[in-house]
Design a protein around this ligand. Structure first.
Ligand SMILES: Nc1ncnc2c1ncn2[C@@H]1O[C@H](COP(=O)(O)OP(=O)(O)OP(=O)(O)O)[C@@H](O)[C@H]1O
Ligand SMILES: [Mg+2]
Length: 296
C-alpha cells in the first residue's frame, strides 16, 4: 500500500502537507500537557475504560487538570461513563471544545460526534471490504485529530483509553513521540494473564513505551451488605508474577463493586460519593502510585 508520500499527485489536496500541519498542531498541543498516560490491555472487557474514567476522577479530586481522549474509535465508552454523552463539541479559538464531566475532567471522543446511540462508525470506501484495509490508518488519523484539534488548555495528565489489543501501540507511540507511558490492565484469570503478557511485550519492546506497571481489576467481589471480600485468587500471585516476569511494578488489585459499574453506566462520579468503599480506596491508592511515578 502506498503512503501519503508515495502519491505522485493528489489532485491539489496536499494530503502530505495536511498531515504535516496536523502533526505540528499535535506537537504544540502536547507541549501544554504534562504527561500522557495510555490505559491498555491485550484483553477486552478487563476494565480499561472504567479505570480510565475513575483514575481521571481521582486525579481531578487531587486538584490536577485532567483530560481523557477516547482512542476506542469503534467502541467508544468514555463519554457515557463520564456523563458527557450528549455534549456536542463546538468550535472555539484554537480548536474544538472538549466536553467537561461533573468532576471537571475534559473528554474528547468519537462518541460526541455520533448523533444516535446505535450509530455505527463506518469509513467511506468503495466497499466495506476496502474500508477494512484502510481502517487502521484512518483510525490513527482520527485519534491524531481528536488530540491535535481539541482545545485542552494546560493539562497535568491526558489519559488515553485504548481499545483492546496491542496492534496500534507503535502508531500511538509515534503519535505522542516520547510523551506517553502505559498502565496495563489485566483480569485475575490465567486466560487474561496469558493475553496481557503479550501486550506488555508489545508496549515495552515493540512500541518502546515506558510501562508504569500492571494493575489487576475485578480481583475480588465485595459484598455491599456485609463487607465480606471474596477473591478469585486470594494470593494474587498470578498478576504479581506476570509483572515480575516483565520487570514492571505491580500496582495493585481493584475489587469488583457493582456500584462502580452502576456509576459508570449512569455517567456519575464514583469516588466523590463512595471513595471510602474498598474499590474507591484501591483506585485512590493506584492513582497515588501513578502520581509518584509521574512525579506530580
Ligand atoms: N472494578 C469493577 N467493578 C465493577 N464493575 C466493573 C469494574 N471494572 C469494570 N467493570 C465493568 O465491567 C464492564 C467492562 O468494563 P470496561 O468497559 O471498562 O472494560 P474495557 O476493558 O474498557 O472493555 P473494552 O475492551 O471493550 O474496551 C463494564 O460494564 C464496567 O462497568
Ligand atoms: Mg473500553
Amino acid at each position: 500500500m502506498k503512503t501519503y508520500h508515495d502519491i505522485a499527485t493528489d489532485g491539489g489536496s496536499d494530503v502530505a502537507g495536511q498531515v504535516a500541519d496536523q502533526m505540528a498542531r499535535l506537537s504544540s498541543r502536547l507541549a501544554r500537557v504534562g504527561h500522557v498516560v495510555a490505559i491498555m490491555s491485550g484483553k477486552g472487557g478487563v476494565g480499561k475504560s472504567t479505570l480510565t474514567a475513575a483514575l481521571a476522577e481521582a486525579f481531578a479530586l487531587m486538584s490536577h487538570s485532567v483530560g481523557i481522549v477516547d482512542a476506542d474509535i469503534n467502541g467508544p465508552s468514555v463519554a457515557l461513563m463520564t456523563g458527557v454523552r450528549h455534549h456536542v463539541p463546538h468550535p472555539v479559538p484554537g480548536g474544538m471544545s472538549p466536553a467537561t464531566s461533573a468532576s471537571g475532567v475534559k473528554v474528547m471522543s468519537m462518541d460526541l460526534f455520533l448523533q444516535h446511540d446505535s450509530s455505527a462508525v463506518l469509513w467511506e470506501a468503495p466497499s466495506q471490504r476496502h474500508a477494512y484495509t484502510w481502517r487502521p490508518m484512518v483510525e490513527m488519523g482520527v485519534l491524531r485529530e481528536l488530540i491535535a484539534d481539541t482545545a485542552w488548555g494546560a493539562l497535568d495528565v491526558l489519559f488515553i483509553d485504548l481499545p483492546p489489543g496491542s496492534d496500534r501501540l507503535p502508531n500511538l507511540a509515534d503519535l505522542v513521540e516520547d510523551r506517553a507511558a502505559a498502565v496495563v490492565v489485566t483480569g485475575p484469570t490465567a486466560v487474561s494473564h496469558g493475553v496481557v503478557a503479550r501486550s506488555i511485550t508489545a508496549a515495552a519492546d515493540v512500541a518502546g513505551l515506558p510501562v508504569v506497571g500492571l494493575v489487576e481489576n475485578m480481583s475480588s467481589y465485595v459484598c455491599t451488605a456485609c463487607g465480606h471480600e471474596e477473591y478469585y485468587d486470594r494470593s494474587g500471585s498470578g498478576a504479581a508474577e506476570l509483572a515480575a516476569a516483565h520487570d514492571i511494578p505491580f500496582l495493585g488489585r481493584i475489587p469488583f463493586d457493582s456500584r462502580l459499574a452502576l456509576a459508570a453506566d449512569r455517567g456519575e462520579p464514583f469516588l466523590a460519593h463512595a471513595g471510602d468503599a474498598p474499590v474507591g480506596r484501591a483506585i485512590m491508592a493506584l492513582a497515588a502510585r501513578m502520581k509518584d511515578y509521574l512525579q506530580l
